[in-house]
Write a protein that binds this ligand. Structure first.
Ligand code: CDP
Ligand code: MG
Length: 176
């Protein structure tokens, strides 16, 4: 397969929330979409957060009316955490996810992930970092052992040049 020529890769954190991570055919469809949209999967793990950890992750929203239901939902089952790479990965992943509010998104952006699989404004399938700083913080929240600095030094160029292959069993791209 020929790979498109890429510019410098950006990293973002994606979550597949409990509403989708427990439905195997939906999870598979989202994995397929991630590949189809040309994202490279740098890290991937399944994790079940406690309510405390979830509160910490969503601390920025603690004054919002939806905070409690968000925390309860996100701690209700396992989620998948992924570090995705692409040029402009942060904005690209957010546009593949679609807008936050599912009822509206189903009409206005039906072929986004939230448009296709979202259930409610809370159970909206996926999360994506909203900026560089957030992405850095969120990646280290889920992958404290991951060093971005080292990844850029050692692996970014190889990923960019396509010297990788998808390990289907773990759904991670590995260096050739
Ligand atoms: O996830 P995104 O960045 O698109 O939206 P957010 O405004 O940062 O909100 C974080 C999460 O809170 C959303 O993804 C929803 O799961 C939840 N939420 C909600 O339950 N009700 C709302 N009215 C808005 C957000
Ligand atoms: Mg957000």
């Amino acid at each position: 397969m020929t790979m498109a020529i890429r510019g410098r890769l950006q990293l973002t954190l994606a979550l597949l929330k409990p509403d989708v991570s427990q439905v195997p055919h939906v999870l598979q469809a989202i994995h397929n979409r991630i590949i189809q949209e040309d994202f490279l999967v740098v890290r991937h793990k399944k994790i079940w957060l406690s309510e405390k950890e979830t509160q910490k992750f969503y601390e920025e929203h603690k004054e919002k009316f939806f905070y409690n239901r968000l925390v309860t939902f996100m701690a209700s089952g396992p989620i998948s955490a992924l570090i995705l790479a692409h040029e402009d990965a942060i904005n690209r992943w957010r546009s593949v996810m679609g807008p936050t509010k599912v009822y509206k998104t189903k009409y206005e952006a039906p072929d986004t992930i939230r448009g296709m699989y979202g259930l409610t404004d809370t159970r909206n399938s996926t999360h994506g970092s909203d900026g560089e700083e957030t992405a850095a913080r969120e990646m280290s929240f889920f992958f404290p052992e991951f060093s971005r600095k080292e990844w850029y030094e050692v692996e970014e160029e190889k990923f960019r040049k396509g010297q990788i292959q998808l390990d289907k069993a773990s759904f991670v791209h590995r260096l050739l």
